[in-house]
Design a protein around this ligand. Sequence first.
Ligand code: NAP
Length: 290
Amino acid sequence: MNITANTRILGVMGYPIAHSLSPAMFNAAFSQLGMDWVYLAYAVKPEYLAPALAGIKSLGLSGVNVTIPFKEPVIEHLDELTPEAGLIGAVNCIAVRGERLIGHNTDGDGFLKSLIKDARYDPRGKRVLVLGAGGAARAVALTLGRYKCREITIANRTIDRAAALAKDVVRETSIPAKGMGLGESELRRAAAESELVVQTSPVGMHPAGKAPEWFDPAWLKPDVLVADIIYRPRPTELLRRSAALGLCTLDGLGMLVYQGALAFSWWTGEEAPVEVMRGEAIRQLGNNRF
Ligand code: NAP
């Protein structure tokens, strides 16, 4: 890599940030396309968010991704949101356009693209069950609603949060939606009626890696697709059990890759080398760094 004064700079801001796969994915893409761009990781302590964002403009960066814990707090510091970021109420990438900072969100469309391209599944007209009601669930539910799935049930540990997200889905997309808790009988009924399940809670992530004890894939019909947006480990225990029951499954790596690929195109105007980005992410995950 030959960095000069003309090299365009992108990066990711989060805290912590050491485990991010984005620098490797983006730099592999730039290298593949021979582009004079570089992508760095910035560990920004939450109390430094405002000066770090001011630094995007003052230091001449072209844009940044933002990740945990900044996807929502960043909004008040931006000049404009794209319709996707406005719909979801969270930002995962920022571009500098002239003097303005524009916030965008590619998490929802990244998930949708992975669903369609990787799992060859069209969610239009389907009954969806979303497990969890946090930031990622918002991106998934609002995007599936906008894409005209048939109805969405959101099941979450904190019922009020599920109900609030369901209300937003109805208001923003006019798709019927309801929120519920994780009680067994109600969740079992919702599971038996669903055609697509999307697990968005962090339960199942490395290092604990256990399946959610409140959800059993044996409750599902045989033709259901079970998606888990976690990508460490691949597959999660929930997906392993679902596959053992003969259900179709989709892990979270494709969502990660496509949210990055969509941000790549938004910033650079170039088509992203998706398979190069995916290959690099898989290589990094296989390096046992986690
Ligand atoms: P978040 O905003 O903190 O939301 C977490 C959600 O999970 C909340 O609804 C929370 O319920 C629920 N939850 C947490 N611990 C739980 C437990 N022990 N039992 C039951 N429910 C629990 O997090 P997020 O940003 O949405 O991220 C969630 C996961 O998605 C993470 O694993 C993240 O790595 C992954 N993710 C993947 C991608 C990708 O590209 N593949 C993108 C974004 C996120 P309460 O409301 O009750 O607290």
